[in-house]
Structures are given as structure tokens and as C-alpha cells.
Design a protein around this ligand. Structure first.
Ligand code: CA
Length: 162
């Protein structure tokens, strides 16, 4: 019995170290990566640079599960948040900036109805939009919004011996 208790305590400590190793203070862990919902606002380019300073990137959303996680946390804050999707290079070709993956119609996306609409020919960057249940809308890249950075998990393999 004692061995089991000690084992559980050790396991708990390993988990603590594991979590601590993953994400910087103020970042959220989700499925082996870390996420920062910024406190301050930036242009889309500024947001991209801020994420790079953390050695991360503006978040990319590959599936419904990740989108659900992000919208849940975004809704606690009730802001618009920049994500890493833009058509600044070629109009109406939407690209995830870090991976360079093109967003085709058959890929997961969550555009709000009627978006992207490139209003006034000046909307090339994408937010999770709190005015539309955090569905995606395009906005002028020079707008000042909060942003979400993503950081791949590092350093865990050595600790738990995998
Ligand atoms: Ca728009």
C-alpha cells in the first residue's frame, strides 16, 4: 500500500515537472502544445512578430477540436483574436503563414456566413470574431486586435523517458 502511495506521489511530481516544462507562465497547454491569448493588441504583422519572439507562431487551426478549444478560451476574454491565416500574398488564396499550407475548401475552416468578404478591398487577415460566436472573419491587417500564439511542446521526452 505504502509503495503504491509513494508511486502515486512520484507520478504526480513527474506530471508537475512535465507541465512546468511545457508552457511558459501564462500559456495554456492543449494536446502537447502551448497557447498564449495576448493581453495587449497588435496589428497582424506585429502579432506575428510577438509570437516569433517566443519562438512560436500565430495559431493555425487544422480541425474542429482545436477550433473548439480556442473559441472556448477566446470567449472567456471576449475580444477578437488574430490567427495565422492571411491572403496578403495572393488575393483570395488563404494561407496558414507558419506552415505555408493553403486553405482549400475541403480543409477545415469556420468562416462566418458571408466571410471572407474583403470589405473595401482591404481585408487580408483573419480573426476569431467575438461578434460572430468566434467564427472567422477577415479584417484589415493594420487593425489592432489581441492574438493567439502557438508554441510546440519542447523538452518532455527526456523527463518521462519516452
Ligand atoms: Ca470581412
Amino acid at each position: 500500500m505504502l509503495k503504491i502511495v509513494i508511486g502515486l506521489v512520484l507520478f504526480g511530481l513527474i506530471l508537475l515537472v512535465h507541465e512546468g516544462k511545457c508552457c511558459p507562465d501564462g500559456w495554456i497547454t492543449h494536446r502537447s502544445a502551448c497557447y498564449l491569448f495576448s493581453r495587449e493588441v497588435q496589428t497582424w504583422i506585429g502579432a506575428m512578430q510577438m509570437c516569433r519572439e517566443w519562438e512560436g507562431h500565430l495559431v493555425e487551426i487544422e480541425d474542429v477540436s482545436k477550433n473548439a478549444f480556442l473559441t472556448t478560451y477566446a470567449s472567456y476574454r471576449n475580444h477578437k483574436f488574430w490567427i495565422g491565416l492571411t491572403d496578403v500574398v495572393v488575393e483570395n488564396t488563404w494561407v496558414w503563414m507558419d506552415s505555408k499550407q493553403i486553405l482549400y475548401n475541403q480543409n477545415y475552416h469556420n468562416w462566418h456566413k458571408g466571410q471572407p468578404d474583403n470589405l473595401n478591398n482591404d481585408e487580408n487577415c483573419v480573426v476569431l470574431d467575438n461578434d460572430f460566436h468566434y467564427q472567422w472573419t477577415d479584417y484589415p491587417c493594420t487593425s489592432l486586435f489581441h492574438y493567439i500564439c502557438e508554441l510546440p511542446e519542447v523538452g518532455i521526452g527526456g523527463i518521462v523517458g519516452r
